[in-house]
Write a protein that binds this ligand. Structure first.
Ligand code: HMS
Length: 234
């Protein structure tokens, strides 16, 4: 069996999704890329979380083709593969998709998630962008592959660094997040959902409050990220 240890790691990352309240039923998926082989492990499609095992994880290549496994890989496999092809050389080796309800509501509303406070700024350096929905033709051509293309090209067009903002909202669909591995991608998915809840409530309390001042966002993001980070135990 290929990538036995990675299968176990990706299984555990997937099991975090329902534990954190980010998914129900079979929604969502997590994967991690093995840079040495260029293969990634992903959850199988449509399998309930309480039926998952490391052995049921599916190994795919960067074209999204199944290399090992009896089950069909996640229906979002091509999206994960597109993100790896585009950003693995930036150190992005874990991808997560969820339908966490409040982040999905921002995606359905077609709105970027504003940086209203330091909680957001600690993890996302600026708003989390909401990328356009797919056209009918893109959906009919290759839905999941074009979802990945919309995400990556959207970051390029909007000049957003996927390291500085490790998450995205896809209009009328939901959130995707990423990180250095599957666990960090899950972590970012959970933080995104909490920031989405806070932003929704912020707008209820003060509809036109505007984002946190840039100097405050800078302070919080840069204290945790980059060469001058000071947060926590060094
Ligand atoms: O959003 C989608 C597919 O894009 C959901 O069905 C997804 O969260 C779960 O699909 P899979 O079970 O991983 O195939």
């Amino acid at each position: 069996m290929l990538l036995k240890e990675l299968r176990e790691k990706v299984y555990e990352a997937n099991m975090q999704l329902p534990r954190l309240g980010l998914v129900i039923f079979t929604w969502g998926n997590a994967s991690e890329l093995d840079p040495e082989t260029g293969l990634f492990v992903i959850k199988p499609s449509g399998v309930a979380y309480d039926e998952l095992t490391p052995e049921k994880m599916v190994v795919c290549d960067l074209d999204g083709r199944r290399v090992e496994g009896d089950l069909n890989p996640s229906s979002d496999t091509d999206t994960h593969a597109w993100i790896y092809r585009a950003w693995a050389d930036r150190g992005i080796k874990g991808v997560v998709h969820t339908h966490s309800s409040v982040a999905t509501a921002w995606a359905q509303a077609g709105r970027d998630l504003p940086a209203y406070g330091t909680t957001h700024a600690d993890y996302f350096y600026g708003p989390v962008p909401c990328m356009r929905g797919l056209t009918k033709e893109e959906i009919e051509e290759a839905y999941e592959l074009n979802t990945g293309k919309v995400i990556v090209s959207g970051f390029e067009e909007r000049d957003v660094d996927p390291i500085a903002v490790p998450a995205v909202l896809v209009r009328n669909h939901g959130p995707f997040s990423w990180g250095k591995d599957a666990n960090e991608a899950v972590y970012h998915a959970a933080v995104l959902e909490e920031c989405a809840k806070m932003a929704r409530d912020t707008e209820l309390l003060s509809p036109h409050c505007g984002p946190a001042p840039q100097y405050l966002q800078d302070k919080h993001y840069l204290r945790k990220h980059g060469p001058n980070a000071t947060y926590g135990q060094r």
